[in-house]
Design a protein. Sequence first.
Length: 241
Amino acid sequence: MTTWASADIHLHTTASDGLYSPRQVVEWAAQRTDLSVIAITDHDTMDGAFEAAEAARGLPIELVLGQEIDSADGHVLALWIREPVPPGMSALDTVAAIHEQGGLAIAAHPFAPKWWAKHGLCRGDERVYDSVPFDAFEIHNATPLLFHANLRARQYVRRNPGRFAVTGGSDAHILSAIGATRTLFPGSTAADLRRAIEEKTTRVDNTLFWLTRNARYLAHMPRIVKRERDEKRAAEAGPRR
């Protein structure tokens, strides 16, 4: 009988616009959830991922180094990369840069509505998804008010059978949202998760996406947006590692 485990591969920390430190995120995930694998995917930096990797040593959870890249065509999640991928390139060039490092590229919150553009969530049209070799498609993102976008993502994957692995991520910026949506995979390790994405055997579970959790997330949105703006101002002052 195949054993399945769960991963949350879309998490943010204070290294970008998250409200909790990398250590707090890792310790919460390890001690308060049953997740086997997590990925830290801060916006346009890997500082949080590197710090989280140190914090994860000795804890009963595996951590994948990642980044959420602000491409010219929308956000792209990069997993299993060694160094940051620069923002601002096309989605095609961004995915190529991820693959050059041996990483995997995921279309993050595709079909987010146009009115999310000011928060950086707006992506390109279907022509981007048709032409870019993403390894996976995020078909459920736990960010509040993305219900319709998640539905459209699922429909797109159904219309393109065999092209992508499917993933789900909490996109958590607060601790209580961690694990709200998960990527399920056969096995238990980060290596098993990668194999499942490559072999397109992943599943998505959003059963922990409760109304109360969603409401709590919405209540924190003003702080999250403020952190995002502060980070953008800081980025203008000098390059990140």
